[in-house]
Every structure is written in C-alpha cells, then in structure tokens.
Design a protein around this ligand. Sequence first.
Ligand SMILES: Nc1ncnc2c1ncn2[C@@H]1O[C@H](COP(=O)(O)OP(=O)(O)OP(=O)(O)O)[C@@H](O)[C@H]1O
Length: 265
Amino acid sequence: MKDIQLENRAVTDEKTKIAANNVNVYYGDTRAIKDVNIDIKSRTVTAFIGPSGCGKSTFLRCLNRMNDTIDSCRVEGRILLDNEDIYDTKVDPVQLRAKVGMVFQKPNPFPKSIYDNVAYGPRIHGLASKKADLDGIVEDSLRKAALWDEVKDRLQAPGTGLSGGQQQRLCIARAIATSPEVLLMDEPCSALDPIATAQVEELIDGLRTNFSVVIVTHSMQQAARVSQQTAFFHLGNLVELGDTDHVFTNPTDPRTESYITGRIG
Ligand SMILES: Nc1ncnc2c1ncn2[C@@H]1O[C@H](COP(=O)(O)OP(=O)(O)OP(=O)(O)O)[C@@H](O)[C@H]1O
C-alpha cells in the first residue's frame, strides 16, 4: 500500500442503519451488481472503493432508489432502512430521498439564490411553517456544511456564483436541510481542488455526528482519511467489507490486496 495515512477511527455506532440482502441490479440483461449483502452502520462513514465500472455508483444509487429514474435498470433483493423495505410499494421515493439524501460528483446548485437552494427541500416537504423557522433551518444547514461564515452576508446571491468547493458545500447544505438520516456521496470531491477537497473531507468527518454517510471514492487515500468502514467492490461483487484500517492493512481477500497495492484497477 503506497502512502496511505490511516487514522484511528473506530466505528462510532454499531447499529445497522441500512441492510441490503441479496441485491442484484441489471441494466437490461446485463447484471451490474451480483448478490450483494451489506450492513451499513449508523453514524459511521462507509467508503465504497473499487476499480472503474465495478458497480459502486450503481449500488449507491440503490440506497435511495435513484436507479428508479433509469428506465433500463432493475433492482432485485431487499434493502431495509431501519428495518423497513425501501422498495415496498407504499414507500414514496420522494420522501425516501429526503431521508436518504445525495450529493453528486459535480456540484449542481439550482439556478437560485444560496438561501433558496437550501430552503428548497424544507419548503417542498413542509418542514417550516414560519419564515423564522425556515431561516433557522437554512442557517443550521449552512453551518453544518461549514459554509455559513462565507455566505451569511450574501444569502440572496446566486448559488452558481460560488467557487466549486463552496458550491459543493452548498449542495451538502441542501442535502442536509431536510434532516436526512443517511447521506450518499458519489465522488463528492472529484471536481474540487486539494484545498476544497480537504474542507469537504473535514466536513464529512463532522457529519457522522448526525448522519450515516456512504461515500464512493476513487481515492484510497480519501477512503482511509474519512471512513471507518470500507467496502471493496470488484466486477459487481462486494468482495470485502470491514473496518477501514483492517481493509487497508490486512485485507482478507487477495483481490482487495491487489487493488490496494495497485496491481488491479
Ligand atoms: N445507465 C446505465 N446503463 C447501462 N449500463 C450502465 C449504466 N450505468 C452504469 N452502467 C454499467 O454498470 C456497470 C457499473 O457501473 P458503475 O457506474 O456503477 O460503476 P462504478 O464502479 O461507479 O464506476 P466508476 O468508478 O467508473 O464511476 C458498468 O459496467 C457500467 O458500464
């Protein structure tokens, strides 16, 4: 393993937040995810790593039913959030996505003000009855996203006018404004410079006080820095899941070892 700094990061909460059982995902006839079983713990950062095309993003998108929006995609198996099947017909995917928020690779603020970007979710979900309550949610979310001090004097300015790193923190504020329980992050730093990346990584570490975070990353260094649990995917299989320090220093499966030593991927 080259140059990967591990920190002492015990899993903070052993409770299972999401349990996936025998999950298979197909695009048309092609099976992209093969019989995946995984428990994702509360108040823990779990990193999904693995070579390009191994299915990390596909599996991540199953966790808040974002794959429902892809016509050719079919998900089989069960995914339980707090023991409730998220694919049950009575589950409203829009409500589910308020509970299981998502941050994407490229910052994608709405063409609206900073304030309205964050207020959007609470407004559509009716989370604030008074303007003062909404103001409170916006401030709290921007503080948790470590952006408040930089934008508090220009909340009516367009979100798209912020720097890339600020835009990504705005998207994180937008995702946490509905008080989700889980935050899914699909390579959230890949469009950011090293300084903005460090800020977002620090933020992710703080977020686990309140949320379960699942992050897809191409960077093993990032996985080692921010996560307590690491899942290694290869060719649609979940090869190994364990404590991050264990996966990086003493992997159980030879495929994991090959990946972290740079022999595959
Ligand atoms: N919308 C889609 N339609 C058809 N096939 C898809 C679609 N999205 C992903 N795939 C295929 O599913 C497999 C898994 O892709 P996925 O994007 O989940 O992998 P990944 O590990 O996240 O890759 P990367 O690290 O490159 O982002 C790949 O073979 C990919 O080509």
